[in-house]
Ligand binder design. Structure first.
Ligand code: ADP
Ligand code: MG
Length: 326
């Protein structure tokens, strides 16, 4: 990269901040902000070229956008409100300064949407492009949405539709398929998914919920809740929300994408029946598609069961695959 670190920092530095708690953002040895009276929620993610993305699938703008989406999605999965982010970046010489600026503007578009601020980071040149974002948010005390909070008889729900992102990854690698109906939609879902921040933070009046974001497929995420909560999660295949256009692919493929695919950045949650109508109302208010997909039963084994039809016994969904119940 031609631009030096000093120029880069000057370029990405915000002139004003959305968050009034910031005492010092970019420009000193460390950032300083005053802590709100809530629980502080923080997460960090790595985004490494040719492991998490390739330059064929994402533009520089989308790299920034998607990396910050992954962090925002983690904050949403805790029921929290995001406030600040820090960006550590390793830049190979082959990247131009305008490509790097595009990465930061991809992040900035989300930062503006959610009123969060870039308050620091680190920049070095190196062999492999790597982007690591640290995000900081907050949630009212006792309102964090832990995986261990699912309880007997809870309703299990999912936002959005599942499997789109993996369809979007598959399509460009099979160019003869690009004419398929909704092909561009699937690709866009891979490149620019929406983190469910507005929905999740609006749920704060609900006393107890378990939430997980679907970054590794619903089977994995449901299993994490089931294990942490010592319950079984029962899912109905007919209720799992998918886009109609997914039917164009083989059943085997779409099944894999929906249950074990990644990067949909939707939410799976469990909530008591008492609060279900409230959750639906909040979903409507925040323009979030939501669907009831199953229920919770107390069970120490922590398994996820998928009912494919009334006649058959359920299938056990494991983290990495599935087996049929005998
Ligand atoms: P130091 O030598 O104290 O580590 P740097 O020169 O690395 O300082 O950074 C100067 C300022 O710019 C700091 O406030 C730092 O947080 C910020 N900064 C550096 N790189 C980035 C980046 N990639 N994104 C956001 N802020 C950055
Ligand atoms: Mg530094």
């Amino acid at each position: 990269m031609v631009m030096d670190e000093f120029q880069l920092i000057n370029k990405i530095k915000q002139n004003t901040y959305h968050q009034s708690n910031i005492q010092k953002g970019i420009g000193d040895d460390a950032a300083v902000f005053d802590q709100p009276n809530d629980s502080v929620v923080t997460a960090v993610d790595l985004f490494v070229e040719n492991i998490h993305f390739t330059r064929e699938t994402l533009s520089p703008w989308q790299i920034g956008y998607k990396a910050l989406t992954a962090n925002l999605s983690d904050i949403a999965a805790m029921g929290a409100t995001p406030s600040y982010y820090l960006v550590a970046i390793v830049i190979p010489n082959s990247w131009t300064s305008s490509e790097i600026a595009d990465i930061f503007s991809g992040m900035k578009s989300l930062a503006q949407k959610y009123s969060i601020d870039l308050i620091g980071g680190d920049t070095v040149s190196g062999e492999r492009f790597t982007l690591s974002i640290t995000i900081i948010g907050h949630v009212k005390n006792e309102r964090a949405r832990y995986r261990h909070l699912a309880k007997d008889n809870d309703i299990v729900f999912v936002t959005g539709t599942l499997g789109n992102s993996q369809a979007g990854l598959y399509l460009p690698q099979n160019k003869n398929l690009r004419h398929l109906d909704k092909g561009d939609y699937f690709i866009k879902q891979l490149q620019e998914p929406t983190p469910r921040v507005n929905f999740s933070r609006a749920l704060s009046l609900i006393p107890r919920m378990a939430l997980n974001d679907i970054s590794d497929g619903i089977a994995n995420e449901a299993a994490e809740i089931a294990e942490a909560s010592k319950v079984s999660i029962h899912l109905f295949e007919q209720s799992i929300p998918t886009n109609d256009a997914l039917k164009q692919f083989s059943i085997k493929q779409s099944f894999k994408w929906v249950y074990f695919g990644g990067e949909d950045y939707e939410l799976i949650g469990t909530v008591s029946k008492e609060y279900w109508s409230k959750v639906v109302e909040i979903a409507e208010k925040t323009n979030t598609p939501i669907k009831k997909v199953g229920f919770v039963k107390e069970n120490k084994a922590g398994k996820v069961l998928l009912y494919q039809s009334r006649q058959h016994r359920p299938m056990i969904l494991n983290k990495q695959g599935f087996t049929h119940l005998r």
